[in-house]
Design a protein around this ligand. Structure first.
Ligand SMILES: N[C@@H](CCC(=O)N[C@@H](CS)C(=O)NCC(=O)O)C(=O)O
Length: 212
């Protein structure tokens, strides 16, 4: 049984969403997200940099949510939720999976960190604005792609939508903007995908999206 160490709204949402979408059994283990607990030897044994999430499968323990997605697809996916590995679509699938974490989650993570740890410092507001701008540029890139098809890699739902879609949940909370047309449509479509409702049930509603 897969064990997902989970905190609402963190990247463990991706793993819950994926397991739900694949119909895989899993156990969700709540984690104390306080900096003190994450710095403790007990948690550092599971995640050496003190972050969330962690996945365990039998004796195997791993961190990095994108790697977890890839591992689960390879081991239990039976070809579902990704294009065939020898197709051009697979290259785009990988591209958007990496984009979701390496390019888009990164500036939003900086917004969260600056707000949490550096709210008093003057440079914090400048850094937050800059990172929000970077997130907006990522949303524009998504919009261009989504003008061409329903989901991020084509007309079928894939794990790339879980990678990218989770980051949109962060973007609407921490880098709010009026989503452009195709992203808005996509964001609504994500709500209908398998696993979304369960994976996001413990996340509080975001503040109202700006209308202008
Ligand atoms: N690239 C890592 C990022 C992990 C990460 O930044 N997790 C956040 C929660 S979503 C965290 O633990 N933040 C606490 C901190 O950085 O102090 C992954 O995808 O798992």
């Amino acid at each position: 049984m897969l064990k997902i160490y989970h905190v609402p709204l963190t990247r463990s949402v991706r793993i819950v969403w994926l397991c739900e979408a694949l119909g895989l059994p899993y156990e969700k283990i709540p984690v104390d997200f306080s900096p003190e607990y994450r710095a403790s030897p007990a948690w550092r044994k599971l995640n050496p940099v003190g972050k969330v999430p962690v996945l365990q499968d039998g004796e195997m323990t791993m961190f990095e949510s994108g790697a977890m997605v890839q591992y689960i697809l390879r081991r239990y996916g039976r070809g579902r939720l990704q294009p065939p590995e020898d197709s051009d679509a697979y290259a785009r699938f990988l591209q958007w999976c990496w984009f979701g974490e390496a390019t888009h989650s990164r500036p939003i993570g900086e917004v969260v960190n600056h707000r949490r740890a550096l709210a008093e410092a003057d440079q914090s507001a400048v850094a937050v604005a800059e990172m929000q701008q970077r997130s907006h540029a990522c949303v524009e890139a998504l919009d261009e792609e989504l003008a061409q098809h329903a989901f991020i890699v084509g007309d079928d739902f894939s794990a790339a939508d879980i990678m990218v879609g989770y980051t949109l949940l962060l973007a609407e909370r921490f880098a709010p903007q009026v989503f452009p047309e195709h992203v808005k449509r996509y964001r609504e479509l994500l709500e209908t995908t398998p696993g979304f409702a369960v994976a996001t049930a413990d996340i509080p509603m975001p503040p109202a999206t700006p209308t202008s």
